[in-house]
Design a protein around this ligand. Structure first.
Ligand code: ADP
Length: 530
């Protein structure tokens, strides 16, 4: 092949190469700039030819680069390949820096030397490698975190600031979401995001991306103006406040799916700029990891909770069931051994045996109810009921207890209250647990008031006593199973309030307790209107 043809072919190859090919003379001024270089650096050959090579190098490397090239010029080495040199950085016309790999060769000698640099932009590869490494580390961290809340926090910490300025992780609760963890580069905003979860589960309104995710679990990206779109579709005041303060430009909503179930959502926010296709893929990888970790953590939580429930139940059975059993054993033996027992004495003993049996029966019923609550098997059949009838009927069965302790019981029911939706038996059970406590913790001669009043969308039923009250530090625990402020009395196993709460919540109501030590306690619950 004639030299000229070979030359043209080579020139053509250099022109179409996607790498940058840049030649410079001995004074390190650019003499040649191919199409690849134009695409990577953003300069045209007309603009750049004649300028020093340093124009293409970030300022901080300029000095060392010039001396390295000079040294290379003095050496006997004719070329250094891409792999032989550590990664370097280039700078584009718009000032953006990028990671690169470069090869260099020299032809000629002395003042006629020509250096040729072939340079490859490795931004994409570098980003891919970093992301792979991030995901590998994230996987390790998540695998070693225990419990769902710790796992959610871990994910939030991983996502910010690597992938976003802010993030919220939520668990799915029925048709809504419950924020479980949040993070933001600005601690003040993070605090606001943390306020979303105590407000409880939110059913996302129509038009909110989380509603779309509930309908079909695929990512939803709000590329721009995310803040105004989210503010427009926010139902919860805490969420609204956080969105206003954070003012995100873009938001990416990702479903967390495990074992084909939507178990939560991960939302990433950016204050400026949007997420590109690459970011979305990366975020989807993190969401997959997070879903898997969350699912494992939940299984772990469930196993732990079941073991604890089993231990507690064994504890209660051995503690609270043993006493009445012992009483029955003792009394019946006594009666067998003393055939001449008077009729009155025998009746008294039988009375005590019956009481013990009653106590055991009540305890077993409570344990079974707690078990039902655990398995979500507490079935209620609510029907429209007049609150007045509901209360007077329920209290009828409790009268003897009240009279026994010489306590007066007042009913204060607002006139013409609308009907509520209630499963009579279950609400009677809940109410009798509350009134039972009021009687138990009130001194003889004091007064208990059972009331009902109307509220916006429900009726509130309350039980007020003038008993010993509950210390402020104990209040958050009263609805916990098996919890009692003192374990000395034998009436009850600390299940009454937990069961009452389960029953009320199954009706779609709320239950709460207010108390002042030494003054008394008011337990209240709401029931939805029929
Ligand atoms: P139990 O009555 O079987 O102990 P509960 O779940 O009904 O279980 O109540 C849990 C604990 O809460 C009680 O042991 C008591 O310490 C406290 N408590 C509940 N109601 C009252 C009340 N009206 N006054 C004072 N303490 C109360």
């Amino acid at each position: 092949m004639p030299d000229r043809v070979t030359h043209n072919i080579l020139a053509e190859i250099v022109e179409i190469a996607s790498d940058a090919v840049v030649c410079m003379d001995v004074t390190q001024h650019i003499t040649f700039f191919n199409k690849g270089a134009e695409a990577i650096f953003g300069w045209t050959p007309e603009e750049i030819i004649g300028q020093r090579i340093e124009t293409l190098i970030p300022e901080r490397y300029r000095g060392s680069h010039a001396s390295q090239v000079e040294e290379f010029g003095r050496s006997k080495v004719r070329a250094r390949g891409m792999g032989e040199r550590r990664e370097i950085a280039g700078v584009r016309k718009n000032g953006e820096e990028f990671p690169a790999e470069a090869a260099i060769s020299q032809i000629g000698q002395g003042d006629d030397i020509v250096f040729t640099v072939a340079l490859r932009d490795v931004t994409v590869r570098r980003r891919f490698e970093q992301r792979q490494q991030f995901l590998a580390e994230a996987g390790e961290k998540l695998a070693s975190s225990f419990g769902s809340s710790e796992t959610l926090n871990q994910v939030a910490r991983l996502a910010v600031p690597t992938m976003a300025d802010g993030c919220i992780l939520e668990s799915r609760v029925g048709n809504g979401f419950l924020a479980g963890a949040a993070a933001h580069v600005d601690p003040d905003i993070e605090e606001m995001l943390d306020e979303i979860s105590p407000a409880g589960a939110r059913i996302p309104p129509k038009g909110h991306p989380l509603t779309e995710i509930l309908n079909s679990p695929s990512p939803v990206l709000l590329k721009s103006n995310a803040a105004s779109r989210l503010v427009a579709a926010s139902a919860s005041p805490a969420y609204l406040k956080a969105m206003r303060a954070m003012n995100p430009e873009s938001a990416l909503f990702l479903p967390l799916v495990a074992r084909e179930q939507l178990i939560g959502a991960l939302t990433l926010f950016r204050t400026t700029g949007s997420f590109d296709r690459d970011d979305v893929e990366f975020a989807e990888d993190l969401a997959r990891l997070a879903a898997l970790a969350l699912d494992n953590a939940r299984l772990h939580d469930t196993v732990r909770a079941s073991l604890r429930a089993r231990d507690e139940m064994v504890g209660v059975v051995s503690h609270d069931l043993r006493n009445p059993v012992a009483a029955v054993k003792m009394l019946s033996r006594m009666m067998l051994r003393a055939p001449e027992m008077s009729e009155t004495e025998a009746r008294d003993n039988i009375e005590l045996i019956a009481q013990a049996a009653e106590q055991m029966d009540a305890l077993i019923r409570d344990l079974l109810d707690v078990n039902r609550l655990d398995g979500g098997k507490l079935v209620i059949s609510p029907v429209p009921v007049d609150p007045f009838v509901l209360l007077t009927d329920s209290l009828q069965t409790l009268r003897p207890l009240v009279e026994e302790k010489v306590i007066s019981l007042d009913l204060q029911i607002e006139a013409s209250l609308p009907k509520v939706l209630a499963d009579r038996e279950r609400i009677q059970q809940a109410l009798s647990n509350l009134v039972g406590n009021a009687i138990k913790f009130s001194p003889a001669g004091s007064k208990i008031v059972v009331g009902a009043r109307g509220d916006a969308d429900d009726v509130i039923i309350s039980v007020l006593d003038r008993g010993q009250g509950i210390a402020a530090e104990h209040l958050p625990r009263v609805f916990d199973r098996y919890w009692q402020s003192s374990r000395t009395d034998r009436q009850g196993a600390g299940l009454g309030l937990a069961i009452a709460k389960g029953i009320v919540e199954a009706h779609g109501g709320r239950i709460w307790i207010e108390s002042r030590p030494g003054e008394g306690t008011t337990a209240s619950f709401s029931l939805p209107l029929a």
